[in-house]
Design a protein around this ligand. Structure first.
Ligand SMILES: Nc1ncnc2c1ncn2[C@@H]1O[C@H](COP(=O)(O)OP(=O)(O)O)[C@@H](O)[C@H]1O
Ligand SMILES: [Mg+2]
Length: 151
């Protein structure tokens, strides 16, 4: 049985899968977490990790090569402040999903067009946070959850 996590404050937003919203997501993280008086480093780490997850929803989840999705391609971003200065970020899409999550998480693995993507997005998310979970169902979508304890 899993106990529900206590949430002290929360922000949910839905963004269409457009690459411009990678930057919007960064700004949303900055605006919402200001109340925690975060260090510059913690904040920039979380912005980076969040934007990698949003980028993946846009370019892989909805397979928008030029980053221009729209209606019908929602990216769900949820930010939550948990006890003990832990921040939880979830990024969810209703896109194509991932067949093999372990393979996708491996450094340098990419299904992106040759030379265009580094295959390091998940590695960046893991390096810049304390914990990352990835749940995905082919044809249904993907949910990435990131946890970071702020200084
Ligand atoms: N939201 C997603 N929906 C579908 N596939 C995804 C998603 N996120 C990641 N992937 C898959 O995992 C791979 C690795 O992602 P990542 O580490 O960010 O590298 P990159 O984005 O550079 O390919 C992607 O190439 C893609 O195949
Ligand atoms: Mg990526």
């Amino acid at each position: 049985m899993r106990t529900k996590q206590t949430v002290l404050n929360q922000l949910d937003c839905i963004l269409p899968a457009k690459s411009v919203n990678e930057g919007v997501a960064r700004s949303v993280v900055g605006a919402f977490l200001l109340q925690m008086d975060p260090t510059v480093e913690d904040l920039s780490d979380l912005k980076c990790a969040t934007s990698e997850a949003v980028t993946n929803a846009v370019v892989h989840g909805y397979r928008r090569q030029n980053g221009e999705g729209g209606d019908g391609c929602p990216v769900f971003l949820s930010l939550a402040i948990l006890p003990e200065r832990v921040v939880r970020v979830t990024v969810k899409d209703n896109g194509c999903g991932i067949e093999d999550v372990a393979e996708a998480r491996a450094p340098l693995f990419t299904t992106g067009p040759a030379g265009e993507r580094s295959g390091m997005g998940f590695s960046v998310m893991e390096a810049f946070t304390d914990r990352m979970t990835v749940r995905s169902r082919p044809g249904k979508g993907t949910k990435v959850t990131l946890y970071k304890k702020m200084k």
